[in-house]
Design a protein around this ligand. Structure first.
Ligand code: ATP
Ligand code: MG
Length: 329
């Protein structure tokens, strides 16, 4: 069978990325230009600055991705771009670029959901992984337990009612003085501490989550006790989160009878959460998957992979495509 090459374009937040992926699984190139050092100055992503940088970066990133893949643009079969969820001004840059490229090249345009992309990152890391499986999506903007019924068919089993896990990591990190992006900095700090501080565990009915109470408790504790050991606080916060995530994953396994679990999204790069989920594998039948670190946070290879599965389903868009900042799975 002829190989299918998909060009992926990602610009939903502060990474401008373009990738070429073969048959949804093999990365020929995955160029990521991150704006972290620019937004670090402000303690978080400034949407307008993100959009302007995407405009400047997208053409050079695209050229580099084609060069590293060692292909000609004419050889690609489709152009997949993130059209949501994300920052509207940032998304529009990728969407407009993909539409122009599709019009000029005559290649089909594949509107791709960023969350589907995070899930698809697992297909790149695990060449034999196939639906059905459960996904615990833990990212900067989303926290969901998802039943992946097929490559393009999803059922949300539970979701956060307030903060996403990554958001809670970033906010706590900012308050205790670690700066942006908080997740990786909390991860490193927690390794130097012990989880000996008691924090509230917020229980919500069913498979939904809630993290704002925990976030506020940690922030209040830090305000009341400015000399508190920050490494211990970070370790306790991570432990609390990992326990909730594992508890709910267990419930989802019990409810669905599905024992294949794939983690996805930026927080799945967290070393403690990875370690604790790995322990589940010692239990009967449970298989845990998580993308390689570079594929956990935003990148275009995951978009090209999700785009591939939409492409083979015939999910092609036209040039009326627009960004959808609050797009759901
Ligand atoms: N090692 C880590 N430990 C904990 N959190 C981490 C780690 N690495 C990254 N993160 C968090 O992951 C988030 C970024 O992930 P991602 O790029 O998937 O989110 P996003 O694209 O902003 O949101 P979404 O994908 O929901 O639109 C940030 O909140 C960041 O702090
Ligand atoms: Mg993301």
């Amino acid at each position: 069978m002829k190989d299918t090459l998909i060009l992926g374009i990602e610009s939903s937040c502060d990474e401008t990325s373009v990738a070429v992926v073969k048959n949804g699984r093999e990365v020929l190139s995955n160029v990521i230009n991150t704006q972290i050092s620019i937004h670090e100055l402000y303690g978080g992503v400034v949407p307008e600055i993100a959009s302007r940088n995407h405009v400047e970066n997208i053409s050079p990133v695209m050229k580099e991705a084609i060069k590293q893949a060692n292909i000609k643009l004419d050889e690609i079969d489709g152009i997949a771009c993130t059209y949501g969820p994300g920052l509207v001004g940032a998304l529009l840059v990728g969407v407009a670029y993909a539409k122009a490229l599709s019009y000029a090249s005559g290649k089909p345009l594949i509107a791709t959901n960023h969350i589907e992309g995070h899930i698809a990152a697992n297909y790149i890391t695990y060449k034999d992984l196939k639906p059905p499986f459960l996904t615990l999506l833990i990212s900067g903007g989303n926290t969901q337990l998802v039943l992946v019924k097929d490559y393009t068919e999803f059922e949300i089993l539970g979701k956060t009612r307030d903060d996403a896990v990554g958001e809670a990591f970033d906010k706590v990190a900012r308050v205790i003085g670690l700066g942006y992006p908080g997740g990786p900095k909390m991860d490193n700090l927690a390794k130097q501490g012990v989880p000996n501080i008691e924090l509230p565990k917020v229980h919500v009915d069913g498979l939904d989550f809630s993290f704002s109470g925990l976030k506020t408790a940690v922030i209040n504790l830090h305000h009341k006790m400015p000399d508190i050991n920050k490494a211990n606080l970070a370790a306790s916060f991570e432990k609390n989160i990992a326990e909730i995530l594992i508890e709910h994953t267990r419930k989802a396994i019990k409810e669905t009878g599905i024992t294949k679990i794939a983690l996805a999204g930026g927080v799945s790069a967290n070393s403690y959460i990875r370690q604790e989920f790995s322990k589940l594998q010692n239990e009967k039948n449970i298989e845990i998957y998580y993308p390689e670190l570079k594929l956990c946070t935003d990148n275009a290879a995951m978009i090209a992979s999700a785009g591939y599965y939409n492409f083979i389903k015939g999910n092609i868009s036209d040039l009326t495509l627009n960004a959808v900042p609050n797009l759901k799975l």
